[in-house]
Design a protein around this ligand. Structure first.
Ligand SMILES: [Zn+2]
Length: 316
């Protein structure tokens, strides 16, 4: 199937309304269709074309299977950052083979979400050691429900679990590239890793950064709007003015786009916080369109304005 923005937004709005128990007070958020976006995204990934974009040095990005996948290709093999959706395996494998015939040696997960980790098992099967923040392993080992997606994730298979974890920082020397992994506390979730390819000067932020889209925020796993803003600021301090930035979703960007995105988060947080402090309900705040200025640019993807307002409202 083809996922349309409309399909997902209706679905997400329904789930969002249910999630906070406000469905009755926001009739326009209620729809009869309650299908998890997880299923829809998986179905889409089963046929979606994978695109390969060379960035700088030996770093490329693969797009089309859930979150963006960073690829460092060296004479020793490959290092992947995130693994996309499992059903994309044949197309991801073909795309990876197109970069080089060498197998993946390392796979780093930027966070626990399935659209970044669902491919863990097969990538591990090709020979990759999986590395992640320690909280990613905890979440992948457990049954985890994401209320806003209407979906419960079972524990992942043993072969899909990270076997190397870290807490604050970890450096991997791979051929003549240095890959620095850092966790700066919770933002999108409680296990966010920022990956910096030092020599290539490429930064991969996972779902801290959705370039041109309102982001999801995983409150159930320790995420928050304030954490998102804080980590966007951390990302702006990494690298150089010329750093190429791979977002979790959306096209590859740079500091200018990350700055605009950070400013958007700050402005919407301020607007919603002000209205909430005035005693306004979520329905009243949605009706006042506190995101209006940004909707044309950021509101046309899986997280639509009403859903993003809910996410911010929850955290202020
Ligand atoms: Zn995510």
């Amino acid at each position: 199937m083809t996922i349309t923005a409309n399909y997902l937004s209706v679905t997400l709005r329904t789930l969002a309304a249910c999630a906070v128990g406000v469905a009755m007070s926001i009739p326009f958020l209620v729809s009869a269709e309650v299908t998890s976006p997880v299923l829809a995204i998986n179905e889409d990934a089963a046929t979606a074309k994978i695109t390969v974009q060379a960035l700088r040095g030996n770093v490329s990005v693969l797009m089309g299977s859930g979150g963006n996948i960073g690829v460092l290709s060296e004479p020793e093999g490959k290092l992947l950052v995130d693994a996309g959706i499992a059903v994309s395996k044949p197309r991801l494998k073909a795309a990876l083979d197109g970069i080089s015939p060498l197998p993946p040696k390392f796979l780093i997960n930027t966070h626990w979400h399935w659209d970044h980790t669902d491919g863990n098992e097969w990538v591990h099967g090709e020979g990759a050691t999986i590395i992640a923040h320690e909280n990613v392993l905890k979440r992948l080992m457990d049954r985890t429900r994401v209320i806003e997606w209407g979906y419960t994730f079972p524990p992942v298979a043993p072969g899909a679990m990270p076997t190397v974890t870290y807490t604050k920082q970890k450096t991997i020397k791979f051929a003549d590239e240095t890959v620095v992994l850092t966790n700066h506390g919770s933002g999108h979730s409680d296990g966010d890793t920022i990956v910096y390819f030092k020599k290539a000067d490429v930064l991969q932020l996972g779902d801290i950064f959705w370039n041109g889209h309102y982001p999801f925020i995983d409150y159930g796993a320790g995420g928050s709007i304030d954490g998102m803003i804080r980590l966007a600021n951390v990302g702006l301090k990494q690298g150089t003015e010329n750093t190429i930035i791979i977002p979790g979703h959306g096209p590859v960007g740079d500091r200018t786009q990350l700055r605009e995105y950070r400013d958007m988060l700050v402005a919407i947080r301020r607007n919603i916080s002000t209205l909430k402090k005035q005693g306004k309900s979520l329905a009243e705040i949605v009706a006042q369109k506190p995101t209006a200025k940004f909707d044309a640019k950021y509101g046309d993807y899986v997280i639509d304005p009403a859903f993003f307002i809910l996410l911010v409202y929850t955290g202020v």
